[in-house]
Design a protein around this ligand. Structure first.
Ligand SMILES: Nc1nc2c(c(=O)[nH]1)N[C@H]1C(S)=C(S)[C@@H](COP(=O)(O)O)O[C@H]1N2
Ligand SMILES: [Mo]
Length: 237
């Protein structure tokens, strides 16, 4: 199976362009298709053209912005928590499993339009990890890094502390598979799925929001489903 890295054809959807269109008010709804094309061209690994139809895929599409991602498991997985915190930490999988867990069942909504209703995710509330590390005064946001070496995401501290934001260890009542970003991915339930960084390796508390990979390509930093520049098909939860 070939895995090619896709680059945008021509110039990517620039932030200026998006903001310009947003300035037109109602015209904002027309933005979806541009972004949809950008993300589809960049991110979908679908060499067969059939992955969305394969039995067992459960409606998800595989996304990665890099050609291949190393596998990590109990033996070598570490999640670091650092930046503007009192007690930087490095958690192994066993440590994360021993922490309080929360289970959420919501709809997954990708910005390109596909949706997977009622998907269980389970893991450690991000707020628990932030409290354990002790966020310093003056901190404003969180940056997420991934062991694919490329993808990043961000949340404001206020968003990061919501109870529907998890450092997820399980998805669909199983350990998160490698293709879905295992062993640990972020799960930001109220936002488009691009916020849910796969292959999570680092949580860094920062003084300001550092826009993530797609956000540098024009996606909204505040990616509330149905209220940002992605496309939403009647989100139900
Ligand atoms: N590290 C990493 N995380 C990522 C992405 C990615 O390319 N790399 N793609 C995002 C996007 S756009 C979507 S829709 C989901 C896809 O998750 P899935 O591959 O489990 O369906 O992961 C998000 N998290
Ligand atoms: Mo996506």
């Amino acid at each position: 199976m070939t895995r090619e890295k896709h680059h945008p054809e021509g110039s990517p959807v620039g932030r200026r362009v998006v903001l310009g269109l947003l300035g037109l008010g109602a015209a904002g709804v027309a933005i979806g298709p541009y972004l949809q094309r950008a993300e589809s061209a960049l991110a979908e690994r679908d060499p067969s053209g059939l992955s969305g139809l394969l039995p067992g895929n459960n409606g998800f599409r595989y996304y990665s912005v890099v050609t291949s991602v190393p596998r990590r498991d109990d033996a070598d997985y570490t999640l670091t928590v650092g930046g503007m915190v009192e007690r930087p930490a490095a958690h192994r999988l066993a440590d994360l499993r021993a922490m309080p867990q929360r289970r959420l069942v919501k709809d997954v909504q990708c910005v390109t339009g596909w949706r997977v209703p009622h998907t269980p995710f389970e893991g450690v509330p991000l707020s628990h990890l932030l409290d354990a590390a002790g966020v310093k005064a003056g901190a404003k946001a969180v940056r997420f890094d991934c062991f694919d070496g490329e993808y990043t995401e961000s949340l404001t501290l206020e968003q990061a502390r919501r109870d529907d934001v998890l450092v997820a260890l399980r998805m669909q009542d199983n350990p998160i598979s490698h293709d879905h970003g295992g062993p640990v991915r972020l799960y930001v339930a109220p936002m488009y799925f691009y916020k849910s960084a796969k292959w999570l390796s680092g949580i860094t508390v920062t003084g300001a929001v550092e826009p993530g990979y797609w956000e540098q390509n024009g996606y909204d930093v505040d990616a509330w489903v149905g209220r940002s520049n992605g496309r939403s098909d009647e989100p139900t939860s």
